[in-house]
Design a protein around this ligand. Sequence first.
Ligand SMILES: C[S@@+](CC[C@H](N)C(=O)[O-])C[C@H]1O[C@@H](n2cnc3c(N)ncnc32)[C@H](O)[C@@H]1O
Length: 242
Amino acid sequence: MSFWDERYQGEAYLFGEAPNAFLARQAPRLTPGQSALAVADGEGRNGVWLAEQGLSVLSVDASSVAQAKAARLAEARGVSLELAQVDLSTWDWPQEQFDLVVGIFIQFAGPELRTQLFAGLKGALKPGGLLLLEGYRPEQIAYGTGGPRTPENLYTEDLLRTAFADFEILELAAYDAAIEEGATRGNAMEFIIRDDTGQTRSVIQTNELGLTVGDRVVITQSDRVRLSRAGGAAPVRDLVRA
Ligand SMILES: C[S@@+](CC[C@H](N)C(=O)[O-])C[C@H]1O[C@@H](n2cnc3c(N)ncnc32)[C@H](O)[C@@H]1O
Protein backbone atom coordinates (compact mmCIF):
# COMPACT_ATOMS: atom_id res chain seq x y z
CA MET A 1 0.00 0.00 0.00
CA SER A 2 1.30 3.45 -0.83
CA PHE A 3 2.37 5.96 1.80
CA TRP A 4 -0.71 8.12 1.25
CA ASP A 5 -3.17 5.22 1.05
CA GLU A 6 -1.89 4.15 4.44
CA ARG A 7 -2.20 7.63 5.93
CA TYR A 8 -5.78 7.90 4.71
CA GLN A 9 -6.89 4.58 6.22
CA GLY A 10 -9.65 4.85 8.80
CA GLU A 11 -12.91 6.72 9.06
CA ALA A 12 -11.54 10.07 10.20
CA TYR A 13 -10.56 12.65 7.62
CA LEU A 14 -6.83 13.26 7.95
CA PHE A 15 -7.02 16.99 7.17
CA GLY A 16 -10.61 17.37 8.32
CA GLU A 17 -13.84 17.78 6.41
CA ALA A 18 -13.82 21.57 6.43
CA PRO A 19 -12.09 23.38 3.58
CA ASN A 20 -8.61 24.78 3.92
CA ALA A 21 -8.86 28.22 5.57
CA PHE A 22 -7.07 30.09 2.80
CA LEU A 23 -9.34 28.55 0.19
CA ALA A 24 -12.48 29.38 2.16
CA ARG A 25 -11.37 33.02 2.35
CA GLN A 26 -11.43 33.16 -1.42
CA ALA A 27 -15.20 32.52 -1.62
CA PRO A 28 -15.94 36.06 -2.89
CA ARG A 29 -13.75 35.36 -5.91
CA LEU A 30 -15.76 32.32 -7.01
CA THR A 31 -18.77 32.30 -9.30
CA PRO A 32 -21.28 29.46 -9.49
CA GLY A 33 -20.96 27.60 -12.77
CA GLN A 34 -17.19 28.00 -12.98
CA SER A 35 -15.04 24.95 -13.61
CA ALA A 36 -12.41 23.98 -11.06
CA LEU A 37 -9.52 21.54 -10.89
CA ALA A 38 -8.63 20.47 -7.35
CA VAL A 39 -5.07 19.15 -7.61
CA ALA A 40 -3.90 16.40 -5.20
CA ASP A 41 -7.23 16.92 -3.49
CA GLY A 42 -6.90 13.96 -1.13
CA GLU A 43 -10.09 13.20 0.77
CA GLY A 44 -11.91 16.00 -1.03
CA ARG A 45 -12.45 18.59 1.71
CA ASN A 46 -11.53 21.35 -0.74
CA GLY A 47 -13.10 19.89 -3.88
CA VAL A 48 -16.38 19.24 -2.06
CA TRP A 49 -16.41 22.77 -0.67
CA LEU A 50 -15.85 24.18 -4.16
CA ALA A 51 -18.75 22.07 -5.42
CA GLU A 52 -20.86 23.48 -2.59
CA GLN A 53 -20.07 26.95 -3.93
CA GLY A 54 -21.71 25.90 -7.19
CA LEU A 55 -18.56 25.09 -9.15
CA SER A 56 -18.16 22.09 -11.38
CA VAL A 57 -15.15 20.30 -9.88
CA LEU A 58 -12.65 17.71 -11.04
CA SER A 59 -10.80 16.33 -8.01
CA VAL A 60 -7.59 14.44 -8.81
CA ASP A 61 -5.32 12.51 -6.49
CA ALA A 62 -3.13 9.41 -6.59
CA SER A 63 -4.73 7.75 -3.56
CA SER A 64 -7.74 5.52 -4.21
CA VAL A 65 -8.39 5.37 -0.45
CA ALA A 66 -8.62 9.17 -0.29
CA GLN A 67 -10.81 9.35 -3.36
CA ALA A 68 -13.29 6.84 -1.96
CA LYS A 69 -13.58 9.11 1.10
CA ALA A 70 -13.96 12.16 -1.15
CA ALA A 71 -16.85 10.45 -2.93
CA ARG A 72 -18.50 9.72 0.43
CA LEU A 73 -18.04 13.32 1.58
CA ALA A 74 -19.59 14.64 -1.63
CA GLU A 75 -22.53 12.30 -1.27
CA ALA A 76 -23.06 13.28 2.36
CA ARG A 77 -23.07 16.94 1.37
CA GLY A 78 -25.36 16.36 -1.60
CA VAL A 79 -23.00 17.69 -4.26
CA SER A 80 -21.49 16.08 -7.29
CA LEU A 81 -17.72 15.77 -7.57
CA GLU A 82 -15.91 14.32 -10.55
CA LEU A 83 -13.01 12.18 -9.38
CA ALA A 84 -9.99 10.92 -11.28
CA GLN A 85 -7.22 8.83 -9.78
CA VAL A 86 -4.06 10.09 -11.43
CA ASP A 87 -0.35 10.15 -10.81
CA LEU A 88 0.46 13.80 -11.36
CA SER A 89 4.05 12.95 -12.29
CA THR A 90 2.84 11.24 -15.47
CA TRP A 91 -0.59 12.82 -15.98
CA ASP A 92 -1.50 14.24 -19.33
CA TRP A 93 -2.69 17.57 -17.93
CA PRO A 94 -5.80 19.13 -19.48
CA GLN A 95 -5.10 22.30 -21.41
CA GLU A 96 -6.94 25.62 -20.84
CA GLN A 97 -10.00 23.93 -19.34
CA PHE A 98 -10.49 25.42 -15.89
CA ASP A 99 -11.53 28.81 -14.52
CA LEU A 100 -9.94 27.87 -11.24
CA VAL A 101 -7.03 25.60 -10.31
CA VAL A 102 -6.45 24.86 -6.64
CA GLY A 103 -3.29 23.37 -5.11
CA ILE A 104 -3.40 23.14 -1.32
CA PHE A 105 -0.30 21.61 0.25
CA ILE A 106 0.84 19.76 -2.83
CA GLN A 107 4.47 19.75 -1.73
CA PHE A 108 5.14 16.07 -2.31
CA ALA A 109 7.22 17.17 -5.32
CA GLY A 110 10.94 17.90 -5.30
CA PRO A 111 12.35 20.57 -7.64
CA GLU A 112 12.17 18.56 -10.85
CA LEU A 113 8.63 17.30 -10.40
CA ARG A 114 7.55 20.68 -9.05
CA THR A 115 8.63 22.36 -12.30
CA GLN A 116 6.50 19.83 -14.13
CA LEU A 117 3.55 20.33 -11.74
CA PHE A 118 3.65 24.11 -11.99
CA ALA A 119 3.65 23.85 -15.79
CA GLY A 120 0.60 21.57 -15.49
CA LEU A 121 -1.20 24.00 -13.17
CA LYS A 122 -0.59 26.89 -15.53
CA GLY A 123 -1.54 24.97 -18.65
CA ALA A 124 -4.81 23.74 -17.13
CA LEU A 125 -6.04 27.32 -16.59
CA LYS A 126 -8.22 29.02 -19.13
CA PRO A 127 -6.81 32.41 -20.14
CA GLY A 128 -7.68 34.79 -17.29
CA GLY A 129 -8.24 31.90 -14.88
CA LEU A 130 -7.27 31.96 -11.23
CA LEU A 131 -4.70 29.80 -9.51
CA LEU A 132 -4.86 29.38 -5.74
CA LEU A 133 -1.78 27.83 -4.21
CA GLU A 134 -0.78 27.37 -0.59
CA GLY A 135 2.22 25.65 0.86
CA TYR A 136 4.77 25.69 3.64
CA ARG A 137 8.00 27.62 3.69
CA PRO A 138 11.29 25.93 4.72
CA GLU A 139 10.89 27.45 8.22
CA GLN A 140 8.05 24.97 8.81
CA ILE A 141 10.53 22.13 9.23
CA ALA A 142 11.74 23.56 12.54
CA TYR A 143 8.16 23.73 13.85
CA GLY A 144 7.74 20.00 13.27
CA THR A 145 3.95 20.31 13.04
CA GLY A 146 3.40 18.69 9.67
CA GLY A 147 4.38 19.00 6.05
CA PRO A 148 7.29 17.52 4.12
CA ARG A 149 10.63 17.14 5.90
CA THR A 150 12.56 17.93 2.76
CA PRO A 151 13.40 21.65 2.54
CA GLU A 152 13.77 21.55 -1.24
CA ASN A 153 10.06 20.68 -1.55
CA LEU A 154 8.96 23.84 0.27
CA TYR A 155 8.23 27.26 -1.19
CA THR A 156 10.05 30.53 -0.83
CA GLU A 157 8.88 33.85 -2.21
CA ASP A 158 11.76 33.89 -4.67
CA LEU A 159 10.92 30.43 -5.88
CA LEU A 160 7.29 31.35 -6.55
CA ARG A 161 8.06 34.73 -8.07
CA THR A 162 10.44 33.05 -10.48
CA ALA A 163 8.17 30.11 -11.24
CA PHE A 164 5.18 32.39 -11.91
CA ALA A 165 7.06 35.27 -13.51
CA ASP A 166 4.95 34.79 -16.62
CA PHE A 167 1.74 35.31 -14.63
CA GLU A 168 0.16 38.27 -12.92
CA ILE A 169 0.70 37.75 -9.22
CA LEU A 170 -2.33 39.14 -7.47
CA GLU A 171 -1.30 38.34 -3.93
CA LEU A 172 1.73 36.83 -2.32
CA ALA A 173 1.74 36.53 1.44
CA ALA A 174 4.16 34.80 3.77
CA TYR A 175 3.29 34.55 7.44
CA ASP A 176 3.02 32.47 10.57
CA ALA A 177 -0.44 31.22 11.36
CA ALA A 178 -1.99 28.67 13.65
CA ILE A 179 -3.31 25.90 11.43
CA GLU A 180 -5.89 23.53 12.77
CA GLU A 181 -6.93 21.31 9.92
CA GLY A 182 -7.70 17.73 10.81
CA ALA A 183 -4.72 16.14 12.49
CA THR A 184 -2.51 19.14 11.75
CA ARG A 185 -2.15 21.31 14.84
CA GLY A 186 0.19 23.96 16.09
CA ASN A 187 1.96 27.05 14.99
CA ALA A 188 2.80 26.37 11.40
CA MET A 189 4.54 28.55 8.89
CA GLU A 190 2.41 29.26 5.87
CA PHE A 191 3.28 30.67 2.54
CA ILE A 192 0.52 31.72 0.21
CA ILE A 193 0.52 32.80 -3.34
CA ARG A 194 -2.60 33.71 -5.15
CA ASP A 195 -1.99 34.05 -8.79
CA ASP A 196 -4.48 35.77 -11.00
CA THR A 197 -3.95 35.80 -14.72
CA GLY A 198 -6.59 38.52 -15.13
CA GLN A 199 -6.09 42.24 -15.44
CA THR A 200 -5.12 43.13 -11.88
CA ARG A 201 -1.45 43.87 -11.48
CA SER A 202 -1.15 44.41 -7.76
CA VAL A 203 1.38 42.47 -5.75
CA ILE A 204 1.35 42.08 -2.00
CA GLN A 205 4.52 41.24 -0.22
CA THR A 206 4.38 40.76 3.51
CA ASN A 207 7.27 40.66 5.92
CA GLU A 208 7.98 38.30 8.78
CA LEU A 209 5.21 38.89 11.28
CA GLY A 210 6.26 37.16 14.47
CA LEU A 211 2.77 35.96 15.27
CA THR A 212 1.90 33.70 18.12
CA VAL A 213 -0.41 30.72 18.24
CA GLY A 214 -4.01 31.83 17.88
CA ASP A 215 -3.26 35.01 15.94
CA ARG A 216 -5.11 35.34 12.69
CA VAL A 217 -4.10 36.80 9.38
CA VAL A 218 -7.01 37.91 7.28
CA ILE A 219 -6.71 39.08 3.74
CA THR A 220 -9.32 41.81 3.76
CA GLN A 221 -8.83 43.33 0.33
CA SER A 222 -6.76 42.51 -2.68
CA ASP A 223 -4.09 44.93 -1.56
CA ARG A 224 -4.18 44.67 2.22
CA VAL A 225 -3.54 41.99 4.79
CA ARG A 226 -5.07 42.58 8.21
CA LEU A 227 -3.70 41.00 11.35
CA SER A 228 -5.92 40.23 14.28
CA ARG A 229 -4.88 39.04 17.71
CA ALA A 230 -6.46 35.89 19.10
CA GLY A 231 -9.80 36.35 20.82
CA GLY A 232 -11.15 38.91 18.38
CA ALA A 233 -9.15 41.87 19.68
CA ALA A 234 -8.69 44.85 17.42
CA PRO A 235 -6.46 44.41 14.39
CA VAL A 236 -2.87 45.14 15.24
CA ARG A 237 -1.80 46.46 11.87
CA ASP A 238 -2.33 46.41 8.19
CA LEU A 239 0.37 45.50 5.75
CA VAL A 240 0.39 47.59 2.67
CA ARG A 241 1.39 46.56 -0.76
CA ALA A 242 5.08 46.34 -1.54
C1 LIG B 1 -0.73 16.99 2.12
S1 LIG B 1 -1.89 16.08 1.15
C2 LIG B 1 -3.00 17.38 0.71
C3 LIG B 1 -4.38 16.90 0.35
C4 LIG B 1 -5.37 18.01 0.03
N1 LIG B 1 -4.87 18.94 -0.97
C5 LIG B 1 -5.82 18.74 1.26
O1 LIG B 1 -5.41 19.89 1.45
O2 LIG B 1 -6.58 18.17 2.06
C6 LIG B 1 -0.98 15.72 -0.34
C7 LIG B 1 -1.76 14.91 -1.36
O3 LIG B 1 -0.94 14.69 -2.51
C8 LIG B 1 -1.30 13.43 -3.05
N2 LIG B 1 -0.20 12.97 -3.93
C9 LIG B 1 1.07 12.68 -3.57
N3 LIG B 1 1.80 12.33 -4.67
C10 LIG B 1 0.94 12.39 -5.72
C11 LIG B 1 1.09 12.15 -7.11
N4 LIG B 1 2.26 11.78 -7.65
N5 LIG B 1 0.01 12.31 -7.91
C12 LIG B 1 -1.18 12.71 -7.38
N6 LIG B 1 -1.37 12.95 -6.09
C13 LIG B 1 -0.32 12.81 -5.25
C14 LIG B 1 -1.51 12.54 -1.85
O4 LIG B 1 -2.28 11.40 -2.13
C15 LIG B 1 -2.19 13.53 -0.90
O5 LIG B 1 -3.59 13.42 -1.01
